[in-house]
Design a protein around this ligand. Sequence first.
Ligand code: TRP
Length: 470
Amino acid sequence: MTHSVSMHGSWSSRWVFILAATGSAVGLGNIWKFPYMAGEYGGGAFVLVYLLCVAMIGIPVMMAEIMLGRRGRKSPINAMRDLAEEASQHPAWAAIGWMGVAAGFMILSFYSVVGGWALSYVPEMISGSFNADTSKESAGAAFDGLIGSPTTLTIWHTIFIFLTAFVIARGVEKGLEKAVKFLMPALFLLLLSLVAYAMFSTDKFMDGINFMFNVDFDKLFYPKGDGQFSGEGVLAAMGQAFFSLSVGMGAIMMYGAYLPKDTAITPTTVIIAGADTLVALLAGLAIFPIVFANGLDAGSGPGLVFITLPIAFGHMPGGIFFGTLFFVLLTFAAWTSAISILEPSVAWLVESWHWSRKKAAILCSIAIWALGMLSVFSLNILKDFHPFVAGQTLFDNFQYITSNIMLPLGGLLIAIFAAWMMERDAHHDELHVKNGGADISYKTWLFLIRFVTPVGVSLVFLSAIGVFSV
Ligand code: TRP
């Protein structure tokens, strides 16, 4: 297969791809979800398992996704069908793309609601609601007020999904490439200054470090403290690795389809995954000291960043300015992620149904918006509606099913296809392997993707359903 470019366009350089893929990876997953998940599962052991999953599973799968995307040069559904044909395999491998589309709809539906939270904190910050009088109670009440109001949530959710559809309708090159170039470094700098705040203005920085890096497996394996083993925490860490790296549903595959042929995939992937991991760790280092300094509970769930950081901004010099800037940047981080979730579905409709990008973007986002209303309501009027799992709202269900089941399953299938179904020649071609395959980085990848990734994902699944314990 020798498509040189996709019909949708291509990135103008390797750095643009790195920015776009980093823009996809760095988002609410790093700053909102990672700290609250780490908090719920007791800190260090979760962080360690998370880092192991990124290195042993996430990075190899990301390489495989980029490789498949670039070779297929189409949306994941069509790319997988073509690649299966090239490798003389069954066309049912296109199921990777189909499951990815389903996962993407579900992820974006709740992601947009949370993106709306970030957006709503921008005017909240500007108006000076958070100031020297801000306490954990008032910051908590502000957050509860937001999620308690279906109308407010709906307005912000609508704006967020509109922004996402708008960029996708215009095509990726025109808007986002430029925005990402400035915004990602700015977000990074701002996070560093929040870490500095946590370090110098709270006396709990070491408590934050200890919480994040002191490995206590009991908290991960026996979360209830009653000696009852649970593999859930390990599954949650693996799911978070997939979610944060944007792998397992074809978003990165889609971006790979726009990648120039001569770009080296391995170092590019390491840069993207490294940046993503760094941002998550920095977010934790900014947030946990504030949690402890204010006597908050690290395990308090999805409100964690939205309650802790406003306390910090309220008390720091220039807090209104930095706070506003922070939520603007968080919104941008969420935005650049959201577009990567929508792109595969839209590209598929353009390829296969010959819709215009605009029509496809509008109709997909309406469907996703409607699905997102379930998450909106499950935070307030349906708060006690737990149809599937005791104590879990629909919003919780969407997060659980996508991160903990669909993404790892997608990653597993991607790994099996790339490692076992594809021809070696195709690997050598895409990964620029010389020396007839003796290249050390290629051999490492091949070992990870053939054995470590599939076995690792399977073991984590099995331990979570209670097949074995440690
Ligand atoms: N990685 C993004 C974040 O951490 C979210 C995201 C973007 C994503 N694209 C994805 C998650 C594809 C899963 C699959 O916020």
